[in-house]
Design a protein around this ligand. Structure first.
Ligand SMILES: [Zn+2]
Length: 100
């Protein structure tokens, strides 16, 4: 089992992750996510800058998909409005005939 792209919210062990700041010589001040329960192998560790880039990429894909869905929904709504207009016209015609 692997964690997916983006911000890791939970570790594979089930624990929530925490956002911390590195104090090592190699990465001073660099933020990272890690398992909130255990620091070690088989538990989440991910640099926050890398996680955020992945998160933005995933959100961008999601947004594109939602934009396409919205275009489709707008087209369906227009079709439904046309159908409704036709139905109202037919009802009006029948209503007029019934009164005669
Ligand atoms: Zn863990």
């Amino acid at each position: 089992m692997e964690i997916g792209p983006g911000i890791p919210r939970r570790c594979l062990c089930g624990a929530l992750t925490v956002l911390l700041t590195s104090k090592t010589k190699e990465n001073p001040g660099r933020r990272f996510y890690r398992c909130g329960a255990v620091f070690g192998e088989n538990h989440v560790f991910k640099w926050a800058d890398e996680a955020l880039v992945e998160e933005i990429e995933a959100l961008s894909l999601k947004q594109s998909s939602m934009e396409n869905d919205l275009i489709e929904i707008k087209e369906q709504l227009l079709d439904m409005k046309k159908d409704l207009t036709e139905i109202v016209e037919v009802v009006a015609v029948f209503s007029t005939k019934l009164r005669k």
